[in-house]
Design a protein around this ligand. Structure first.
Ligand SMILES: [Zn+2]
Length: 138
């Protein structure tokens, strides 16, 4: 299997972020080297209870990409002003603090799941804004 596939990218389906994510990954030298899983909310979509039926699809796709493409890393790109994060937020005000909390929680939940299912997989958590600024999370 070719060694050129390095990562899977989990990002949101939001139309405003498709070219931003694409350009961000190109700048990192990843053009043509990643498989893409694009779903509403990115990490929010694959961890939050409101999107339960999507969780398995993600895990199975990730397992498939590990098997087929020998990927070593998952790059997660959530974004600001995300509709799925607003759904997850419920009736509360979508304040900066609440928005941050939703993303942080989704990263932590995903980290826990991945540690158990794919202990060797590296993970990189990012939160992107419409201004193209990217905030890193651990
Ligand atoms: Zn979104």
């Amino acid at each position: 299997m070719s060694k050129k596939f390095k990562a899977m990218v989990l990002s949101c389906m939001d139309p405003r972020f498709q070219s931003l994510v694409f350009n961000y990954l190109n700048k990192k030298g990843l053009k043509g080297k990643y498989s893409a899983f694009t779903i509403a909310g990115a990490a929010v979509g694959v961890t939050h209870n409101k999107f339960k039926r999507w969780h398995t699809a993600f895990i199975e796709n990730l397992a498939t990409s590990i098997e087929l493409h020998k990927i070593e890393k998952l790059i997660v790109i959530n974004h600001r002003d995300c509709g799925a994060a607003k759904i997850a937020n419920g009736k509360k005000e979508f304040s900066l603090a609440n928005e941050n909390h939703i993303h942080k929680t989704s990263f932590q939940s995903l980290k826990k799941i991945l540690k158990k299912k794919f202990p060797k997989l590296k993970v990189d958590f990012n939160l992107m804004g419409l201004d193209k600024k990217v905030q890193k999370f651990k």
